[in-house]
Design a protein around this ligand. Structure first.
Ligand SMILES: *Cc1c(COP(=O)(O)O)cnc(C)c1O
Length: 412
């Protein structure tokens, strides 16, 4: 497609999305207030931005940051740390924090995200399986579609017949062909689980979900949720890190797993300081807003070209990701090359599929990002496998998303 046609398609799509964009603005305002209120309640001051060294006893920056995250998420407590290296580690801490030998973990949104496969069932790697935690999995109903939902009948039966310690769900789509599940669905599931089996915990992989809706899973009764700071919750500013938030006594257990059973959240220093983490959570509603608009823009433009895309402009979005079924490895690679070429950093390099740690297939990732691999910044990735879906997410500015979209269209 030539440049003029591509630019025209981008503008047309954008104009058609005006109502959707207004709804997204409304969500962002609501969430900005929540975050601002969390800053005010905890009286954040410049002194909190400085780091500490050694044990980090009484590190007011760390403690206040944790309190701000907890309040912003409507959770009782949170641990947030630059020392949590990725979302996978945050999720691993959440699982190992509360599960014990002999427990059963039940995933109710199909198989968890690819990098959790070894965490749950790997051999000779310190997996939950090796520590005697059993795992079972129930797929979503209508998993292959626009409106996936939890299979309450099967879940209820399983909970009746087994003593399940924790139910686990992934809010975002991962590398599946489906939309994310909504917070209202998570609320309904949580009510159901607590009714059938009051002692069973509900744990959520919240990656890509933060600030996409007006409520977070921890506001609707979920026990714990975890996520990455180089996605939504870091606002495109945090350079690394992760968080776990939820019920106070459970967050304490996670903190004990993170440091040591005798120490919990009472230690932890970070000489680099916390400024980008505070700025990040403050900007996170804005980053989620721009990413959501970018997601609808990519989905809308490719839909006009006849591709199957998720989300669709008619339905709400519950994560920041767009899926485009391109149908061939060549198209996926060309798409990722275009996104990389239209990036502010490393625009001169060409992404290639490779065997990334934690993934079963070769994966191609375009991430010409300031923070390495950040996917709240505009990025595109895909496991090289049928049905050759490219996943696009992030976009710190809508303008950047428009320019990158134009570049991908020019190369189609
Ligand atoms: C990104 C992501 C994770 C964690 O991945 P990391 O790369 O370790 O941060 C887990 N689940 C989902 C759905 C994700 O999108």
């Amino acid at each position: 497609m030539n440049r003029t046609d591509a630019e025209k398609l981008v503008n047309e799509t954008c104009n058609e999305l005006s109502e959707r964009f207004a709804a997204i603005d409304d969500i962002a305002l609501h969430n900005q207030k929540k975050v601002l209120d969390a800053f005010r309640k905890n009286a954040v001051q410049a002194r909190h931005f400085y780091g500490s060294s050694g044990y980090g006893y009484d590190d007011a920056g760390r403690e206040t940051l944790c309190a701000v995250f907890a309040d912003a998420f409507g959770a009782e407590k949170a641990v947030v740390s630059p020392l949590i290296s990725a979302g996978t580690q945050a999720l691993t801490l959440m699982l190992f924090g509360v599960l014990r030998p002999g427990d059963i973990l039940l995933s109710v949104s199909g198989m968890p995200y690819d990098t959790l496969t070894d965490v749950i069932g790997g051999d000779n790697c310190g997996s939950l399986k090796e520590f005697g935690v059993e795992f079972a999995c129930i797929d979503l109903v209508n998993a292959d579609g626009l409106n996936p939902s939890f299979d309450l009948e099967k879940i209820g039966k399983f909970l009746d017949e087994n003593r399940v310690k924790a139910v686990f769900l992934g809010r975002s789509r991962g590398y599946e062909w489906r939309n994310a599940v909504s917070v209202s669905q998570i609320a309904q599931l949580t009510d159901f689980v607590k009714k059938v089996s009051p002692d069973t915990l509900v744990l959520v992989d919240n990656c890509y979900g933060e600030f996409v809706e007006k409520t977070e899973p921890t506001e609707v009764g979920v026990d714990l949720m975890a996520g990455s700071l180089i996605k939504n919750a870091g606002g495109g500013v945090a350079p690394t890190g992760g968080y776990i938030a939820g019920k106070s006594h459970l967050v304490d257990l996670v903190a004990k797993r993170m440091t040591a059973p005798s120490l919990g959240a009472e230690i932890g220093s970070f000489l680099g300081g916390y400024l980008p983490y505070y700025q990040g959570i403050f900007l996170a509603p804005q980053a989620a807003k721009n990413a959501l608009k970018s997601a609808f823009l990519f989905a809308g433009a490719y839909k006009k070209l006849g591709y199957e895309t998720l989300p669709s402009a008619e339905g709400d979005a519950h994560d920041i990701v767009t899926s485009i079924k391109l149908g061939s490895a060549e198209k996926v690679i060309a798409f990722c090359e275009a996104v990389q070429a239209a990036s502010p950093v490393d625009s001169n390099v060409v992404p290639v599929p490779w065997a990334m740690p934690g993934y079963g297939n070769d994966v191609i990732m375009a991430a010409g990002t300031f923070v390495q691999g950040s996917s709240i910044e505009l990025s595109a990735d895909s496991p090289i496998r049928e049905p050759y879906v490219v996943y696009v997410q992030g976009g710190l500015t809508l303008e950047h998303a428009k320019l990158a979209l134009t570049e991908t269209l020019r190369r189609q």
